[in-house]
Design a protein around this ligand. Structure first.
Ligand code: ZN
Length: 157
């Protein structure tokens, strides 16, 4: 095992509630950690809606176009926006659609910290959504590690 195969981690360092948007500083390890096809597969299984999200990226119009290889904070952003939209829809008194938007960007040259921003209607709902998204991403990362261990064990046989 080399250090490059160390499992990726993500942690919310700091949260700031601004008028109409939630800002999270997210710490990532190893620096610049990206999703992998294996992580994307696990996430698709957990949340089939995710790949269809509208997304501004260099490849296409959907998050699914970049999901196999995109910075982990970008994955967290989409998970959080999705969790918030789901909760909003579940409690909305009208059918009126509400679109939540998010952004994510590295804020240091080493790419160890990113700022993830997300619009909201209800700050507490946004905080819940971010917490849920973080838990989902951590769980997906763990599943990938388990899967890699299994593959490794098979190869060793
Ligand atoms: Zn996106």
């Amino acid at each position: 095992m080399t250090s490059s195969s160390a499992p990726a981690r993500i942690r919310v360092k700091q949260l700031t509630v601004r008028s109409g948007r939630l800002e999270a500083e997210v710490e990532v390890y190893p620096p610049g950690a990206h999703s992998t096809p294996a992580l994307a597969r696990v996430l698709r299984g957990m949340n089939p809606r995710l790949a269809g999200h509208a997304c501004v990226n260099d490849v296409g119009d959907c998050f699914g176009d970049v999901m196999d290889h995109t910075p982990l904070p970008h994955v967290l952003e989409h998970l959080a926006v999705d969790a918030q939209a789901q909760e909003y829809r579940a409690h909305a008194s009208t059918d009126e659609g509400k679109v939540f938007v998010g952004t994510s960007e590295w804020i240091d040259d080493e790419r160890t910290v990113a700022r993830v921003c997300m619009s909201f209607v209800d700050d507490l709902a946004a905080l819940r959504a971010l917490r849920e998204a973080t838990a989902v991403l951590k769980s997906a990362l763990e599943q990938c590690v388990d899967e890699a261990r299994c593959i490794h064990a098979l190869c060793d046989d």
